[in-house]
Design a protein around this ligand. Sequence first.
Ligand SMILES: C[S@@+](CC[C@H](N)C(=O)[O-])C[C@H]1O[C@@H](n2cnc3c(N)ncnc32)[C@H](O)[C@@H]1O
Length: 202
Amino acid sequence: MKLIKSKSRVRKHGEVFTPDWMVKMMLSEPGIQKKIKDIRATFFEPSVGEGAFVTEILHQKLNHVDEISSKSEWIKNALWVVASIYGIELLTDNLIIAKQNLIEVLIEHYQKFYQKELSRKSDLYKSARYIIDNNIVQGNALTYLNNSNNLILFSEWEKREDKVSQRQFTFKSLIESDNSNQYQSTEFIKINKVYKLKIEKV
Ligand SMILES: C[S@@+](CC[C@H](N)C(=O)[O-])C[C@H]1O[C@@H](n2cnc3c(N)ncnc32)[C@H](O)[C@@H]1O
């Protein structure tokens, strides 16, 4: 990955990507490593770029899933890991690349774990894409707005028996809320849209 695309992009958007070695070094901090080994611990990157941090976090979290999961548990665990990573990126071209990079990390791990191809038609692939599209979003992290001038939305994923519920809330409400009382003051704007994460039989 090139660290700089053009001088004008650096000037306009501060677009300088972080080299792999530095990402790895920053993530090696013990507190972060502890969270990496927690499937449901969430990570948020306010300026995703092409996904230097989010892809490495996904890769390391999936390494852990590879280690602890049986063949019947891997897909569910891997989807929770995908659902634990959030990000915002201003520029649409970077956003598309970042989302593609994330799905490729998932595919690579799946194929290594199960020793078979992951079909783009599989439930796992479709569920992962759906989650990534909702978690890695276009917007301006400083104004809380996206290109359509709407407030940036994120989703909270919760397990409900064999289903997963998706509760959407505005990024603004998350940031502006009092830390000691974050949840109560979070403004949930769309409650209980239940999306069934279809689990592929292997
Ligand atoms: C310094 S690069 C870092 C990208 C990535 N985090 C990395 O380390 O490789 C900054 C990125 O933030 C994006 N960006 C700039 N201003 C932003 C804003 N207000 N909200 C969200 N993203 C922004 C740029 O488009 C660029 O992709």
